[in-house]
Design a protein around this ligand. Structure first.
Ligand code: ASP
Length: 332
């Protein structure tokens, strides 16, 4: 995507365009040059996978002048409420004992963040995470404490185990094959990043985690720095895939730091995947997908196995972008 950073009203910029030497006094020349103001490349919203309705909802919020934070929350809530998505919210696949447990986190441009882990009985884990951020002195609430907090905040309770997910779990129990399946069958966590018209960034990530995980298992998605990270001066990143591997490298934080060092979102995502693979021997049999957005509105993504995409809405419209992969189709 074309980089969209503009210099605004910079004396130096205008002078350069006109081909003249800027007229400044010696005193002015001796003082440090003012930094040109960078205009943001937003609004823009992207999310892992082709969650068109979710990204459209985020875009709607941005178009109405809403904040990036409101946009990412409203966006991922669409998937949390969809029983057809079996790795997020309502209808998520349960853990090996049959409990649907949700993990989510949210982060804004000011470095505020909130997270819930192992939340049971509430559809909108992302909104509970936002309440943790806004209404408590803490960043993370887990398990029973997270559920009690959700109840106190007035969130309605609901049984999240749908008949379809229950049937599949019963089927799985027949042989209890506890091997995570790679790619979209098992990895369609929604991670979303947005920048609003003011240039503020925010991110949200929500999941029911790996299907048939051990009770109490938490992956990368609700871990700030692993499943999601946002830095107002640089950009944001989010992940999907085998969370254990993303946690080990603090993947999203790493990608943001790589962008800070000058890498594009695409280059940073590629390096993030390479860091994970550097510790592995042989062909990786798990999937990881990263997406990133910088403050100039540039986006990028990279994954291990082919098949990962991300949906993007911006001033140029919307599209589902196939992501290049470390392994090619013939090797996967
Ligand atoms: N990252 C999630 C986890 O490990 C799984 C996924 O992306 O589907 O819990």
């Amino acid at each position: 995507m074309k980089r969209r950073k503009f210099l605004k009203n910079s004396t130096l910029g205008s002078a350069a365009v006109l081909g003249v030497t800027p007229l400044v006094s010696c005193r002015e020349a001796a003082s440090p040059m003012p930094k040109p103001e960078l205009l943001p490349g937003g609004p823009v919203a992207i999310c892992t996978w082709d969650f068109k309705n979710a990204t459209a909802r985020a875009w709607e919020v941005l178009q109405e002048g809403g904040s990036a934070l409101d946009a990412v929350e409203a966006g991922v809530m669409v998937e949390e409420a969809d029983p057809g998505n079996q790795t997020v919210g309502l209808g998520g696949r349960p853990d090996r004992d049959g409990y649907v447990t949700l993990d989510a986190c949210i982060m804004d441009s000011l470095g505020n963040c909130g997270s819930v882990m192992g939340l049971e009985g509430y559809v909108h884990a992302i909104s509970v995470a936002r309440k943790v951020m806004e209404q408590t002195p803490h960043v993370i609430l887990v398990g029973e404490g997270a559920s009690r907090f959700a109840r106190e905040q007035g969130f309605p309770t609901r049984d999240l185990l749908t008949e379809a997910s229950r049937q599949q779990w019963m089927e799985w129990k027949k042989n209890e094959d506890y091997q995570p399946v790679i790619n979209i069958e098992n990895h369609d966590t929604i991670g979303m990043l947005a920048m609003d018209a003011d240039g503020a960034l925010a991110g949200a990530c929500t999941t029911s985690g790996l299907a048939y995980k051990m009770r109490g298992r938490v992956g990368d998605s609700p871990v700030i720095g692993a499943g999601l990270y946002v830095d107002p001066e640089v950009g944001g990143a989010t992940a999907t895939g085998l969370g254990e591997e993303v946690v080990r490298t603090v993947g999203s934080f790493l990608i943001v730091e790589l962008m800070r060092q000058g890498k594009s979102p695409q280059e940073a995502c590629e390096e993030g995947v390479r860091r994970i693979l550097a510790r592995k021997k042989g062909k990786p049999d798990f999937q990881i997908g990263f997406i990133a957005l910088n403050t100039g509105g540039e986006t990028g993504g990279y994954c291990i196995h082919p098949g990962f995409t991300y949906r993007q809405y911006d001033a140029q419209g919307h599209r589902n972008t196939p992501v290049s992969s470390y392994l090619k189709s013939s090797e996967s």
